[in-house]
Design a protein around this ligand. Structure first.
Ligand SMILES: [Zn+2]
Length: 471
């Protein structure tokens, strides 16, 4: 895989001659091994014990054979069914039907009258666990801001599973899956981790089985401010690119050297070059995103999503052509120079252009209301004459997020065979008055607004009415 990639780069003429020469003699990356036992071609970097390090130990909680009927269904893939039903069993979606399809005979029937069903909501950009609540310096584990490139760090090693933000995100926001990213102080911040939003004693118990890793990068003001402020490189945008490009070149050389000492950071970078680890790039300005896409082509990787991307609307065509999603806020802008040209129509204009839209939170409060954020972005578009259907807007916080995270074959829409990650809303999820009534993860009912036993309260919320125990 690496050989083919390197040869392509040689054809493009953008690569050093020595690298091209070396690429012809290798037989792929010796530091990667495909997981033959699972039939998965994803690269895994195995430990000395021959196993994937920190493997997922997630097991679905017990669930029942469940039918929700009648209800309005948003399937997450742009479909809407009125007077429909949803059936799930053994943790999987079995079928979704409309008024003209006979529902199955199931003992556990949930009345969805005047209510709505969506897939579980997915937040592609969260810092829960690595910047948990209570937000105190002792808990601040999201930025390894000691070097402009820290590809060797893994955010899962900072995630505190007891963060009460996880259960708040489920109870108020219907969040069933989320990506925890390192912060944006560094050009290369480290690996992300994708979690199922379930109670667990360990982060391994939350790790989404089979989800690819992500890799957090950041361009623009943050890295140059953090390191330039210390009199170090980079202090400019051109410095940002210089450090990034040299780091990629070093990783490519590493992948072609069979005798190199094991290097955690370069292992992650090689995983990106092999297409097994997905790049999530914090970037605000359109011109900078265009430069990053060119850098990715030069080095032979792909950006899965630009995060924040307040100027994405200026380059919707470029983003569509390059297959890059924009993970954005509804209307947060103006808090620093590179965010001044943000507009609330960003999502609608991108959707009109045929580009991939994801609404993200990057915030422990906003993650509890991603449905409202999506609705605000929809309303802003409508005010400018760009009308996006409710069903398409739901995909911004479900299937599109799953696509950019590489988990869309497992969750993100209500398709038979996918995980039964399901939210029953007590009204239209795009209304400010609606809340999750029930939330299932892999078919297990983990939140029920009407059942105090399924309204999680953390020890860290006791004595804080309004924060936890009114969930
Ligand atoms: Zn962030």
């Amino acid at each position: 895989m690496m050989r083919a990639k390197a040869l392509l780069m040689c054809v493009g003429g953008a690569f050093a001659l020595s690298a091209c020469t070396a690429a012809g003699s290798g037989e792929g990356s010796v530091k990667s091994a495909s997981t033959a036992n699972t039939g998965d071609t994803r690269t895994e970097f195995l430990g000395e014990d021959g196993n994937v390090p920190f493997p997922s130990t997630y097991r679905a909680y017990p669930g029942a054979d469940t039918l929700i009927i009648p209800t309005t269904v948003f399937d997450g893939a742009g479909g809407r069914i009125d007077n429909g039903w949803v059936h799930f069993r053994d943790g999987k979606i079995v079928a979704v039907g409309g008024p003209n399809t006979a529902p199955p005979d199931v003992a556990n029937v949930v009345d969805g009258s005047d209510k709505f069903v969506t897939p579980g909501i997915i937040d592609i950009h969260s810092h829960l666990g690595d910047y948990p609540t209570p937000s105190v310096p002792a808990h601040s584990d999201g930025n390894e801001a000691t070097s402009p490139t820290t590809p060797d760090v893994w955010t899962e090693h900072s995630v505190w599973p007891q963060d009460p933000g996880f259960s708040r995100a489920m109870a108020n926001g219907g969040i069933t899956s989320l990506q925890i990213l390192p912060g944006s102080a560094n050009l290369m911040g480290g690996r992300s981790v994708t979690l199922k939003n379930v109670p667990s004693r360990t982060v391994q118990g939350m790790k989404f089985p089979g989800a690819p890793y992500g890799f957090k990068m950041a361009c623009g003001e943050n890295p140059k401010r953090v390191y330039g402020g210390r009199g170090r490189k980079p202090s400019t945008r051109m410095g940002n690119f210089a450090v990034n490009r040299q780091t990629w070149l070093d990783a490519i050389a590493y992948s072609e050297n069979d005798d190199a000492k094991r290097d955690l950071g370069k292992e992650t970078l090689v995983g990106v070059l092999d297409g097994d680890i997905l790049v999530h790039n914090h970037c605000y300005r359109a011109d900078e995103m265009a430069l990053v896409m060119d850098m990715a082509k030069e080095m032979g990787y792909k950006v899965s999503a630009f995060h924040h991307a307040v100027e994405a609307y200026k380059i919707g065509d470029l983003l569509r052509e390059n297959g890059v999603c924009s993970a954005i806020w509804a209307d947060w802008y103006g808090f620093k120079m590179e965010s001044y040209d943000g507009i609330p129509q960003n999502a609608a204009y991108l959707q009109r252009e045929g580009a991939c839209v994801v609404i993200h939170s990057d915030d422990e409060n906003s993650i509890q209301r991603l449905n409202q954020e999506a609705a605000k972005a929809q309303a802003a578009g409508a005010r400018m004459g760009v009308n996006i259907s409710d069903a398409d807007v739901i995909s911004w916080i479900t299937l599109n997020a799953a696509k950019a995270m590489g988990i869309d074959d497992m969750t993100g829409s209500l398709e038979p065979g996918k995980m039964a990650d399901v939210v029953l809303w007590n009204g239209d999820p795009l209304s400010v008055y609606s809340r999750p009534e029930k939330v299932w993860v892999d078919g297990a009912l983990l939140y029920d607004a009407n059942d105090p036993k399924r309204r999680p309260v953390s020890d860290f919320e006791l004595g804080q009415p309004g924060a936890g125990d009114v969930k």
